[in-house]
Design a protein around this ligand. Sequence first.
Ligand SMILES: Nc1ncnc2c1ncn2[C@@H]1O[C@H](COP(=O)(O)OP(=O)(O)OP(=O)(O)O)[C@@H](O)[C@H]1O
Ligand SMILES: [Mg+2]
Length: 268
Amino acid sequence: MRNDNSRKGPFILATVSGKGGVGKSMATVNLADTLRTMGYTVAVIDADLGLSNCATLLNEQADATVAEWIRGQCSMEDLPLDSDGLTLITGASKPGLSDKDMEMLFEAMDQVIVALSEYYDFIFIDTPAGSGELSLWALDRAHLGMIMLVNEPTAISDVYRFCKYVLQIDPTYPFASIVNFADGEDEAGRIHERFNTILQYFMQQQVSYLGFIPASEQVRASIRDQVPLTRRQPRPEVIKEFDFIAHNILGKAPDLQTPGARQTVSHE
Ligand SMILES: Nc1ncnc2c1ncn2[C@@H]1O[C@H](COP(=O)(O)OP(=O)(O)OP(=O)(O)O)[C@@H](O)[C@H]1O
Ligand SMILES: [Mg+2]
C-alpha cells in the first residue's frame, strides 16, 4: 500500500541503510531542519525503536513515546515534541518491546502518520540499520526511500542487498541516494554511479541522486554540541550540501512548492 504521488498529504521520506552508523539520523534531522527553515512544516518520526537518537541530536528529551502511548502511559497528544518548530515523534526510547507490543506499535505508528498528515508538508522517518520490519514499514509508508551510501565495500553490499530485496517485491520502488562521508562531488558521483552500475547489472534498476555530505568537522561539531547545522552561528559552510539535497527533495514533491501552503489550508 505504498503511497503514490497523486496524494494531497505530506511527502513522506524514509531514511534507510544496510550498515549502521552511516549517518541516517544525522542526515534526517539536518534535512528536516533545512526544509523547516525554508518555511515548510516538517515532522520527524524516530522509528529506531529503543536506540532512537533524533531527540539527542536536537538536544531534547522525548518525554512521551509511541511505545508508552500503546501501554496507556501517555496520550497521543503528548507525543509531538517541538524543537524550534521542528516536530519530533519518538517510537520508543527503551529497547525490549514484546511481539505483542510490536504489533500494536505498527498500528499506532500508522495512526501517528494519519494525524500528522493533516498539518505537515514533510514527514521524515528515521529507521534502524538493516532490512528489519521497521525499515520495511517505513519504506512502505514513504514516497521516497533515501538510502545512505558510504564508500565502503561492506556498506555498499549491505545496502545493495536491502534494495534488491525491496525491488524484488516492488520493482518500481523510488529510491534515491545520499552519499555520506564523501571527499567531494566527484567522488560522490562515482560512488553513486558504481552503486547504480551494480543495480543495473543485477536488477536492471537505477536509483536517483540527491546529493552528498562530506566528512566534516562542522557535522561532527553539530552532533557533539547537539545543535542542528541550520541553528549554528556562524552558518556552517557544509549547509550548502543540505540545501542542495533539500532542493532535490522538493523537486520530487511537486505538490509542495509553496512553503506553508498546507498550514494555510489547515487553518481555514
Ligand atoms: N558527514 C559526516 N561528517 C562527520 N561525521 C559524521 C558524518 N556523518 C556521520 N558522522 C558520524 O557518524 C556517527 C553516526 O551517525 P548517525 O548516528 O547519524 O548514523 P546512523 O546511520 O543513524 O547510525 P545507526 O545505524 O546506529 O542509527 C555520528 O555520530 C557522527 O560522529
Ligand atoms: Mg540512527
